[in-house]
Design a protein around this ligand. Structure first.
Ligand code: ISL
Ligand code: CA
Length: 565
């Protein structure tokens, strides 16, 4: 095997700390809460935890608006708690990635507080400013301010500052070498503490074309798929910065990095992670997340946009990107997405457990490092709020406000959000069947899903066939069979709209993965190229299997993996 690495063989577990476990009854998950659950995390068989931001923050965007990179937000705990987390994870052989949010800071960060004071302030060039006497700057889109523009007028200096996200998240100016040095220093601060690397937030956006070209409507449509993510993600000096970051910081620690790269396409992906380029370890793309949505800024579902054949083609094409060089990741949900079960499986009671297990089987048998979101091991589902009042997320709230100002159909918007809202993935972790799901003894910051009375960790612990225990078997299986990590991937029956079949072959060992993505019973004929070693599967998400010669009768959402002859 060429370029073996521990981080290719592991499974990443993403923890959203605000919703994982509250230790003090204030309704907000925290570091001591997380530390109290390390045995649970260890029991999953994962090797790397990615922790969403826990730094000081006014929480305009749940911690993605940082006001001090080197301090822990008091609701989460202290530096001592972070150290306890790190020691506890390392003692269990698990590594830790922290979130690195360096496209922007909070407007309450001392850098920005200074920057906005005067045009000649030493921190002025830490951010992007446009003097008002030049007129209005060329329009840029703000993800969290759909009405407005990403340029916000600031009276103090009669100038506009840039914010791709909320007004409270001004974008940093990476052109400035002093700013870059500060960031590298901050990264060393955390790596010196012993963390193992970073997940780089929205990193494809850090480099801007500071000639600020006008982006016309036609260009947006033709060249950028009507999606501002693409406009923002091709900054001219992006790779210079990442290479510099590697040279100045990452390579001295062998730090592992995962870049969040919205707007990055297949042809550009390898440049981030090719071994010879010395930039980053892995990235995660957004192409899969776009399936089934209308391409506009409001996350409107487009049921006709999803077909299994499209899904299969997309993941097969991405497999090719890293077939020879570099390395990929795979995920079906995270804190920015609805629950994977509701989105890609089926959360109706009769299909729920099987489809949750089927989706896990997919993630853990592809040639890429799985990034597995907390709660998905239980088959947690979308909460599907009915009232705007229940939402906490700035994304949903800002879209609602905008549509309201336009007199648009808010009922329809609320229905759409039941499908796509980020808060669906942010409800408290379901530890047990008690009123607040064992998450808190107080009032949770966001409602607990009522289904926790039957979907919870305690109940699943006791059931050998639960999604939780099935997930543990899968992480074990992946460890035991390197073919599932490094093996060549081959898709079969590409046009089949119900079943996703592929093989993973490494030297003379191989596996066949057969996944029924539908709620129908499917009479499936094994493709001619697939010869099984024996009829017993190495894993099956159901307790029975009907295989008669070449014919496999697949139950709804059944997932089976066989060894190849
Ligand atoms: O289009 C998008 C936003 O609607 C995405 O491409 C977005 O750029 C991407 O999801 C970035 O997400 C990350 O940065 C955000 C934060 O809100 C998310 O939680 C984080 O994952 C701003 O820091
Ligand atoms: Ca708390």
């Amino acid at each position: 095997i060429k370029d073996k690495d521990w981080w290719k063989e592991t499974v990443i577990y993403q923890v959203y700390p605000r919703s994982f476990k509250d230790s003090n009854g204030d309704g907000i998950g925290d570091l001591p809460g997380l530390v109290s659950k390390l045995d649970y995390i260890e029991s999953l068989g994962v090797g790397l935890v990615w922790l969403n931001p826990v730094y000081a923050s006014p929480n305009d965007d749940n911690g993605y608006d940082i006001s001090n990179y080197e301090a822990i937000q008091p609701v989460f705990g202290t530096i001592a708690d972070l150290n306890a987390l790190l020691t506890g994870l390392h003692a269990r052989g698990i590594k830790l990635l922290m979130d690195l949010v360096v496209n922007h800071t909070s407007d309450e960060h001392p850098w920005f507080v200074e920057s906005r004071k005067s045009r000649d302030n030493p921190y002025r060039d830490y951010y992007h400013w446009w003097p008002a006497e030049k007129g209005k700057p060329p329009r840029r889109h703000s993800f969290f301010d759909p009405a407005g523009d990403a340029w916000q007028y600031d009276a103090a200096t009669d100038a506009y500052y840039l914010h791709y996200f909320s007004r409270k998240q001004p974008d940093l100016n990476w052109e400035n070498p002093t700013l870059r040095k500060e960031i590298y220093g901050m990264m060393r601060f955390w790596l010196d503490k012993g963390i193992d690397g970073f997940r780089l937030d929205a990193v494809s956006y850090i480099a801007k074309d500071t000639n600020w070209p006008v982006v016309s409507e036609e260009e947006l449509k033709e060249k950028y798929h009507n999606d501002w993510s693409y406009v923002f993600s091709h900054g001219p000096k992006l790779h210079d910065y990442l290479h510099e970051m590697n040279r100045e910081v990452l390579q001295h620690y062998e730090a592992v990095t995962i870049a969040e790269t919205p707007g990055i396409e297949k042809k550009e992906a390898l440049a981030f992670v090719h071994e010879d380029r010395q930039e980053l370890s892995m990235l995660y793309h957004f192409e899969g997340m776009g399936i089934g949505y209308v391409k506009d800024a409001f996350k409107r579902p487009d049921p006709a946009g999803y077909r299994l054949s499209t899904f299969k083609q997309l993941y097969s094409d991405w497999d090719k990107v890293f077939a020879e060089e570099g390395w990929g990741t795979i995920y079906l949900g995270n804190h920015d997405q609805p629950r994977m079960l509701s989105r890609w499986g089926n959360d109706a009671p009769e299909y729920r457990l099987a489809s949750a297990k089927m989706l896990m089987t997919f993630l853990l048998t592809m040639r890429a490092t799985p990034i597995f979101y907390n709660g998905d091991e239980l088959g947690m589902a979308n909460i599907k709020f009915e009232r705007i009042h229940d939402y906490r997320d700035i994304e949903t709230l800002s879209m609602y406000q905008y549509l309201q100002s336009q007199g648009e159909d808010l009922e329809q918007f609320l229905r759409d959000q039941q499908y796509g809202a980020r808060d669906n993935g942010r409800t408290p972790f379901q530890w047990d069947a008690t009123p607040q799901a064992g998450f808190t003894t107080g009032e949770p910051w966001i409602p607990v899903n009522a289904d926790h009375v039957y979907i919870n960790a305690a109940a699943q612990e006791a059931d050998g066939n639960s999604p939780l225990n099935y997930f543990r078997r899968l992480t074990q299986l992946r460890k035991e069979h390197l073919a599932l990590v490094y093996g060549r991937y081959q898709l079969y029956d590409a046009a089949h709209e119900q079943v996703y079949t592929y093989t993973r072959v490494l030297e003379d060992a191989g596996m066949a993965v057969i996944l029924n993505f539908s709620k129908e019973l499917v009479n499936y004929i094994l493709p001619a190229g697939i010869r099984l070693k024996k009829e017993e599967p190495v894993i099956n998400n159901e307790t029975s299997l009907q295989l008669n010669g070449e014919e496999l009768v697949l139950l709804p959402y059944q997932a089976v993996v066989f060894e190849l002859a």
